[in-house]
Design a protein around this ligand. Structure first.
Ligand SMILES: Cc1ncc(COP(=O)(O)O)c(C=O)c1O
Length: 228
């Protein structure tokens, strides 16, 4: 094998990393746009795009410049303070969308965890403690925290971590009749991926999403879309 950066190889992963993931056999060390290069200089087309979060490709100049400029000015200040870039982005998001408040976090799992907590809090505050059930889909994926794997509906991610958060029911994706049977007045939130990712890159039927919307309106539940 050719010389490697920093003396680490893919085998180092097996030696020193907790095996919660099974990364590819090569290590990307450089990327630009759609392309990445591994430790041995081999070029690849990256069609995975960071599981759909690299919408601008690898290392776009404008993003690199903005990060470099900010890193030289102010790096970290904790949440005892606010800061200008976060306020500017929040203002842009509020102006561009239906939302009037923004919550920033570090991962999809955290975003969903917050959404589920907020849904229960909102329902308890407005309708009482009995309105706490969450309905989601089998084969869904919403993150790796205990709450999000429980809502996710894939047993392989919850096995061994019991007892799990309660009052979570799963229905078949795109199953309108199952949705009608499951969504009642004690439901605080219905959670769905408009395109189910880990479940097989399956788009939701428009009629299914419309039914979820109607059922949530009818039963005063929040409809949470987990989408990129
Ligand atoms: C639909 C969906 N929700 C949530 C997550 C979790 O995001 P993160 O890995 O940033 O916690 C993922 C990650 O792939 C996802 O595909």
């Amino acid at each position: 094998m050719a010389a490697v950066e920093g003396g680490v190889t893919r085998q180092t992963f097996d030696e020193v990393m907790v095996p919660v993931f099974a990364p590819a056999s090569f290590i990307p060390v450089k990327g630009k746009g759609l392309e990445v290069w591994d430790q041995e200089g081999r070029r690849y087309l990256d069609l995975s795009a960071g599981i759909a979060v690299l919408a601008l490709g690898h290392t776009p100049d404008a993003v690199v410049d903005a990060l470099t400029e900010q890193a030289k000015k102010l790096w970290h200040i904790s949440n005892y303070f606010t800061n200008e870039p976060v306020l500017e982005l929040a203002r842009k998001l509020v102006n561009a969308t239906f939302a009037d408040k923004v919550f920033f976090c570090n991962s999809g799992g955290e975003a969903n965890e917050a959404a589920f907590k907020l849904a229960r809090k909102w329902a308890q505050d407005n309708y009482g403690p009995q309105k706490n059930r969450i309905v989601s889909c089998f084969h869904a994926f919403h993150g790796r925290t205990l709450f999000t794997v429980s809502v996710g509906g894939q047993e392989k991610y919850t096995a061994g971590f019991e007892p799990l958060p309660q009052k979570i029911d799963h229905i078949g994706f795109n199953d309108i009749e199952a949705a009608k049977a499951a969504i009642k007045d004690d439901v605080c939130a219905v959670v769905v991926e408009p395109v189910q990712g880990e479940g097989g890159i399956l788009p939701a039927d428009p009629a299914y999403l419309q039914t979820l919307r109607q059922l949530c309106d009818q039963h005063n539940a929040l409809l949470v879309f987990d989408e990129v």
